[in-house]
Write a protein that binds this ligand. Structure first.
Ligand code: ATP
Ligand code: MG
Length: 561
């Protein structure tokens, strides 16, 4: 993929880089990185960061690394690494041979810690977690110095090496930076840089029982990779002085520069990996790639395209202000993209049988139908027609209201790509009163879709031929949460789950061209929406996921209110 895009809008980060280039501050090419922790599948918020980091690198002729920021053994795994690799690729970005792991830097990061100790800038502290909290102070009160703060270099070196050797229990000791317990920025009050954790790491196994803290590992990993701009989200703004402090103590210029931007928040969903994991573990969804999830793998299964997601990330822009983006904006990007790309076909989701009484018994025809009325280059397919069809249940009403122009006794409609038919009667289940069959006649002169005598119909409905139709299961997805911000307020976010976020229809009938549609392929079902073939083969029939409706039905609801 061409990662350069002349139409990329500018933003404050690009302005900073332009400024650095014009003043000569930036020597050499731009180097960025996307640094996910492999403790969950990437979500749409990560897509914003991916597009930003890879986009900037491409725009300035630089490079962007993919770095697995795996410094916390808890919760990290190869499954997550694989999902990250797959999804960044799928989004259309290429890190070439620059796939890195922070865990590959453990030895070097440890050496930097020794250097800090030798410089008298770090000490081994024996305070417990509780004590440390007590000593830390508050936003309005300075902290207190640890009684271990003035240990000598030799003792610190000895203790730290023994921490590594596994001589102490988890929590018994930490290595801390010696900065300033009275700093107004709590981050600088002698932060922990190493802690003992007797956990197996998915890559380094039991080689280590001490692990560096994020703040220490991240800036050094950036430095090791020659990163020029370390772009991260706003919650790290307070950590920037610490980022700079470590680098200023330990390495020579040019040093990476941290720049923070506002994270993406999207309405009607949650984004934190911890919360997404909770949805998975509690069985609310079928997995990280459930089509209801805001993960990239979920969106892929749902039928979203990488192009639509990239367009979305471009449209929302990059700023310093936290905000909530409306899910409708993302859905519109998906619609706009699929409108151009998705072949249009016919499928009936809730079938009602239509018998055409005057169609010759046993006769069949095949209509030549374009896949996209405005795009002849997408080609045509044959759609079989016969005397028994299925149409949507709600395209028939026995006693219709005034403005109902679809099938009802006496009413004539057009079949998409086919004849005019006129409804004559309906058959009902004597027990339930439910309409089970509709009888019609057709006008053989209207095959072109128009009547020679010029008479008009007010509705065109889609259909499939009953004997030719392919049975299928269709899953109608809606928003996962019923409220725009599930995290607002006191109640647990789970209480806001939308009970109607998934409706499964088991009796659907598709036109036969869809019988062999490959998993991942996307279609517009005429009049119904966009749908994508699921990878789930367990049901023995094709399964389609609704990607998005044809129009924004939530906007309509809001209008009505
Ligand atoms: P979460 O809060 O979802 O667990 P995280 O920030 O802990 O996310 P990381 O794996 O550390 O997840 O994130 C990798 C990169 O993606 C970081 O640079 C982070 O700032 C960025 N990122 C994460 N969530 C978002 C978001 N919602 N919008 C923009 N960027 C994000
Ligand atoms: Mg994180």
């Amino acid at each position: 993929m061409d990662q350069t895009n002349a139409s990329v809008p500018s933003d404050f980060i690009r302005e900073i880089i332009n400024e650095e280039i014009s003043t000569g501050k930036l020597q050499g090419p731009v180097a960025t990185r996307f640094p996910p922790e492999p403790n969950g599948y990437p979500h749409i918020g990560h897509a914003k960061s991916i597009c930003l980091n890879f986009g900037i690198a491409a725009q300035y002729g630089g490079t962007c690394n993919l770095r697995l920021d795996d410094t916390d053994p808890l919760g990290e795994s190869m499954e997550y690494v694989e999902s990250i690799i797959r999804d960044v690729k799928w989004l259309g970005f290429d890190w070439q041979d620059r796939l890195y792991y922070a865990s590959d830097y453990y030895e070097r990061i440890y050496a930097y810690a020794l250097e800090l100790i030798r410089a008298g800038k770090a000490y081994v502290c024996d305070l417990s977690g509780d004590q440390m909290r007590e000593y830390r102070g508050t936003l309005t009160e300075p902290g207190k110095e640890s009684p271990y703060r003035n240990r000598g270099v030799a003792e610190n070196l000895d203790l730290f090496q023994r921490m590594r050797a596994g001589e102490f229990q988890e929590g018994a000791r930490t290595l801390r930076a010696k900065i300033d317990m009275a700093s107004p920025n709590i981050t600088l009050r002698d932060p922990i840089i190493y802690r003992i954790k007797r956990e197996n790491h998915y890559r380094t196994g039991d080689r280590w029982c001490i692990y560096p803290m994020y703040d220490f590992a991240h800036c050094l990993s950036d430095y090791i990779e020659g990163i020029t701009h370390s772009i991260c989200t706003l919650e790290f703004e307070n950590n920037r002085p610490l980022y700079d402090w470590f680098l200023n103590q330990l390495v020579a210029a040019p040093r990476p520069r941290q720049i923070e931007f506002a994270r993406l928040n999207l309405s009607y969903t949650v984004m934190s990996k911890r919360k997404l994991l909770e949805l998975v573990e509690k069985g609310i969804v079928t997995g990280w790639d459930d089509p209801q999830m805001p993960t990239l793998s979920g969106m892929r299964r749902r039928g979203y395209t990488p192009e639509a997601i990239r367009t979305f990330c471009e449209r929302i822009g990059v700023s310093k202000n936290d905000s909530m983006i409306d899910m409708a904006l993302l859905e519109n990007c998906v619609r706009d993209d699929l409108n151009e790309k998705a072949p249009r076909v016919m499928a009936v989701l809730r079938p009602l049988k239509v018998v055409i009484d005057n169609y010759p018994e046993g006769k069949e025809e095949a209509f030549d139908c374009p896949y996209h009325p405005q795009k002849p280059e997408m080609g045509n397919r044959k759609v079989p027609f016969s005397g028994v069809l299925y149409v949507e249940q709600d395209d028939f009403q026995e006693n219709p209201p005034k403005k109902f122009f679809r099938l009802s006794p006496g009413r004539e409609v057009r079949l998409r790509y086919g004849y005019f038919i006129t409804c004559v009667s309906c058959v009902k289940d004597p027990a339930t009163g439910e309409v089970t069959e509709v009888h019609c006649t057709y006008d053989p002169e209207t095959k072109s879709g128009f009547a020679p005598d010029g008479r008009k119909v007010n509705a065109t409905i889609h259909w499939v031929s009953a004997v030719h139709a392919v049975p299928a299961v269709v899953r109608l997805y809606d928003r996962l949460f019923g409220v725009p911000d599930p995290l607002a307020g006191e109640a647990d976010f789970m209480t806001h789950l939308n009970p109607k976020s998934l409706e499964t229809l088991g009796e659907c009938r598709l036109e036969p061209s869809l019988a062999a549609a490959a998993p991942g392929s996307r279609f517009q079902f005429e009049r119904l929406g966009y749908f994508c073939v699921d990878s789930d083969a367990a049901l023995g029939v094709p399964v389609f996921n609704r990607t998005v409706t044809l129009r924004d039905s939530w906007a309509k609801i809001a209008e009505k209110k």
